[in-house]
Design a protein around this ligand. Sequence first.
Ligand code: UDX
Length: 435
Amino acid sequence: MKILVIGTGYVGLSTAAVLAELGNEVIAADIDRKKIEGLNNGIMPIFEPGLKEMVQRNVRENRLKFVSDNKKAIEHGDIIFICVGTPPKDNWETELKYVENVAKDIAKNMSSYKVIVHKSTVPVETGDKVKKIIKDNIKENVGFDVVSNPEFLREGTAIEDTLHPDRIVIGADSDKAIDIMKKMYYPIKSPIIITDIKSAELIKHASNAFLATKISFINSIAKICELSGADVEKVAEGMGYDKRIGRTFLNAGIGYGGFCFPKDSQAFIKIAENYGYDYKLLKATNEINEEQKKNFVEKVKKALNGVDGKTLAVLGLSFKPDTDDMRFAPSAYIIVELQGKGAKIRAYDPVAMEKAKNILSNVCFCKDPYEASKGADALLILTEWNEFKEIDLKKIKSLLKNPLIIDGRNIYDINAMKNEGFRYISIGRKEVFPK
Ligand code: UDX
């Protein structure tokens, strides 16, 4: 099938690559010429396992092209995916102008029937807006359908999630559009849920709100564990065996970050407010998430009797492993707060340091965890990269000024750390001291 994907961010690029991989003729368009130039030369704008190889293979085999003029490309697509950004405005409402501009462009440049799909996370009723914009701007008397097909991919596993999603949601009010979408997704063997457009839009927001709430739920349990002397890992394990609860997304830590949960939960609160509903549960989810970062800063200050003049080694900067994304990363808040209290930071991250340099200042970026640990008063773990789990702890101990690790991601076993001779402070578990 002939497909046009407009927007080459995480969602658009993964969608374009996977749809080309499935055998479609895909054009991916973006107004950012530099990005397109890079993509045409095999340079990916984001770090995502498997993406580069998939893009290069499909470009080579002529199934995938990148262009910077979406107007010209519109005629190519029988299906047009709108994957442009939906960033937050200052008041956390969703900025829809990019979606609206693209809808206008599509309307003005189409001369045959199109299925126009919005994939970005948008407020419920955006489909109706897109429909109206197209109707108001269409030049010729051609048919079209609007479909909501939200994307659920996670950064770090974007390709895998797009190829093997838990479900495919198709929100549409036309049988013709549903058939075309089903045909396009035929090679992907995942359950397909057909709904009206509004329900599809809400499925996306509701899913993200639920997941964010699950994280804040376990983080609040972690607090009770710390106060009572229980162990949050055991509590999560015990809860997780209940099939209705499940063990995933019950990892206590320093709070969720990234470009989805923080902005989507705030946007959903606004959406509810605009319908006259006070979304108290989601507000609490956000508050607990903010507290979680503050609590970690307090933990560090308490462990060191203040951080003024102290040197802190930080392992992990990205908001989660396997990505270089620093947007709303808890590490950024924590580092700035600790610097404000007089701490010097030596940091290491396997891939996020370049992006971190744009938002952090006065940080000494190091070539590995050992260099970061040299002479530091404590080691902080802020992202659970696998390589930190395999680290040579004896070497780390010999490099640190104090054998103190404050782990915001619970990556080590508390007894093992005790045996290794560390004072080890984590989230929702007992603090242990060297044997
Ligand atoms: C998320 C959703 O999972 C995805 O479906 C949606 O489309 C976009 O938002 P993503 O932001 O890539 O994806 O990351 P995810 O893996 O969901 O993690 C989000 C944040 O939650 C990270 O900061 C992570 O560290 C945190 N988290 C996750 C926890 O603190 N504990 C957990 O148990 C799980």
